[in-house]
Design a protein around this ligand. Structure first.
Ligand code: NCD
Ligand code: ZN
Length: 345
């Protein structure tokens, strides 16, 4: 039995840090777990151009702990007003590494998102030309569509046509939750990849809804049935470089999650590595963990792999019940009060 593993320092290819005072908590947590992180732009207001990204980058920098060389990789939020010039200017900044598409209204802070993809094809052509990846929250935005079918519907109606029309565009289908998404990614060319969250690898919709509703497992896209989870964990542990880490760690105050209308997002910045290790171990695939956490994402983005290492040890530990957040608020981590089997030394 493996009891200790020394692996490449992981990156996170999908994280939410929020803004301003929230950064006091979220940035040190991210820097503790990851060397680099793709920072989502769904702040209020969103990060829409080079100026926004540079200012946000500077605000994040102020909270990186001394001695840490954590690197935030910035993204732009695509809106109906995004132009090819905005994209080119952002890329020239050197700090913007991707552009995020939120179909309007699908998730937390997505009201400024996009309702019609076809109007943005000139923007996508420019991104393909300059090699800037498009990160997609892949859910249909029509509220009539069943919440469990929104990912597969989006893939059929929007994603397949987009990939066929512009096969040179690099696409990351973010936080995939279905067998349909795995099949799409496998069938697509090598410009298409996908991120997988710890919660979607470990939990299904029973975990969320059976025996009482668990607001801290509510995220979007919503957890699906077990057959989908199986397809996801098989993809993650297959050693196929198209599938890599993206925690989707998303801070929401405890009071906003434990509410009659609780908001979507799991906070996993400090527990995700342990969760991934556990998920891979269930599949007898610990030998595939390092590349998933530390190699494939960097390769996809055309960035060098990290040279520093971390050591994981088999050791039971229980994450804190909560972390303090903002003024008088708390963040409940994914895995709070549970015994996790792997610890980062
Ligand atoms: C994310 C958030 O809170 O910003 N929430 C979530 O449920 N995943 C947004 C997102 O990535 O959809
Ligand atoms: Zn997200």
């Amino acid at each position: 039995m493996t009891n200790q593993m020394t692996i490449t320092f992981p990156d996170d290819w999908h994280i939410h840090l929020r803004d301003h005072d929230a950064l006091k908590t979220t940035v040190p947590h991210a820097a503790q777990s990851f060397k680099r992180a793709i920072v989502m732009p769904n702040t209020t207001p969103p990060i829409k151009n080079r100026q926004d990204a540079e200012a946000y980058y500077a605000r994040i920098q102020k909270h990186i702990p001394e001695g840490s060389d954590f690197q935030p990789l910035m993204t732009l939020y695509l809106t109906p007003d995004t132009t090819a010039d905005i994209i080119e200017d952002a890329k020239a900044s050197g700090i913007v590494h991707a552009v995020k598409l939120y179909p309007a209204g699908v998730t937390t802070n997505s009201t400024a998102g996009v309702s019609s993809l076809s109007n943005l094809y000139p923007v996508f052509e420019k991104m393909a030309e300059i090699g800037l990846p498009l990160l997609i929250h892949g859910e249909a935005s029509d509220p009539e569509i069943d919440i469990f079918d929104r990912e597969s519907t989006f893939i059929e109606q929007e994603l397949k046509p987009l990939h066929t029309k512009i096969p040179t565009l690099k696409i990351v289908l973010e936080h995939i939750t279905t067998k349909d998404a795995v099949e799409f990614v496998l069938a697509a060319n090598n410009n298409v990849g996908a991120t997988l969250t710890p919660q979607h690898l470990l939990f299904n919709r029973n975990s969320l809804l059976s025996g009482g509703i668990k607001p801290h497992l509510y995220c979007l896209p919503i957890l699906k049935r077990e057959t989908h989870r199986q397809a996801l964990i098989e993809a993650a542990t297959s050693g196929n470089p198209k599938f890599f880490i993206g925690t989707d760690s998303a801070p929401h105050a405890q009071s906003a999650k434990e509410s009659s209308c609780g908001c979507a997002g799991c906070y996993s910045a400090l527990t995700a590595i342990s969760h991934y290790a556990e998920a891979f171990e269930h599949m007898n695939a610990l030998d595939k963990l390092e590349a998933f956490l530390g190699h494939y994402g960097a390769d996809f983005y055309g960035l060098p792999r990290n040279t520093e290492m971390i050591t994981l040890v088999r050791e039971d530990w229980t994450p804190p019940e909560s972390y303090s957040y903002l003024e008088n608020e708390h963040l409940i981590p994914l895995g709070a009060k549970q015994v996790l089997k792997w610890k980062v030394k």
